[in-house]
Unconditional design. Structure first.
Length: 200
């Protein structure tokens, strides 16, 4: 119950920050654009890649919310949000924040249908052996809304399918079968991304 209260409080604080970000955008239109709030329901899988023998992959539903802060540069946007895995393999709530560095040539080559980015992120985990860790993320988004629902409003036309490969780069790294630090044992996240407010 305490974990849920902490998570709900974090989401409320993030929600309060969105209007503030919008006000800041009004004052400085030269670089920052209107923030975009997105729902990203989906799944999260751990130990699917490079897990030692005897470790089975663990999958859970992931309730994920994010706010993207676009900029005038095609090479950088900001992001912050919150997520928690729920169900039988529930995890601890966490917040994430950092940057989105698009690989712009891929988006241009696919007419905006496929977005790929490299995202440096800070992740703060609440509960358990929580703390703040640095992650590197490869993000791939297929813009199905542009292909199938272009005339159905911004939420549907902006909808997509995301796939994220998140690798922890700091803190206590997982160990391989030899007891050495395993520097490639990523967490996989995937699901729908649906814009619900601000921006385009």
């Amino acid at each position: 119950m305490k974990r849920f209260v902490k998570f709900a409080t974090t989401v409320a604080l993030l929600g309060a920050m969105v209007p503030a970000a919008a006000s800041a955008q009004e004052m400085n239109t030269s670089f920052f654009k209107a923030p975009v709030f997105v729902l990203q329901p989906g799944g999260v899988t751990a130990d699917a890649i490079s897990a030692p023998s005897g470790f089975e992959s663990v999958t859970a539903f992931n309730a994920r919310f994010a706010t993207v802060l676009p900029t005038a540069s095609p090479w950088f946007s900001g992001i912050f949000g919150a997520q928690v895995a729920t169900g039988g393999n529930a995890g601890f709530p966490n917040i994430f924040y950092g940057g989105i560095i698009p690989i712009a040539p891929i988006s241009r080559a696919t007419s905006g249908m496929l977005d790929v980015s490299l995202d440096p992120l800070g992740v703060t985990v609440f509960g358990g052996n929580g703390g703040t860790f640095f992650f590197g993320e490869l993000a791939v988004v297929l813009q199905v809304g542009k292909m199938m629902m272009a005339n159905m409003g911004p939420s549907w036309s902006g909808a997509g399918i995301y796939f994220l490969v998140d690798q922890q780069l700091s803190g206590p790294l997982p160990r391989d079968e030899n007891g050495d630090k395993d520097r490639f044992r990523p967490i996989l996240l995937y699901g729908l991304t649906i814009p619900v407010g601000f921006g385009k």
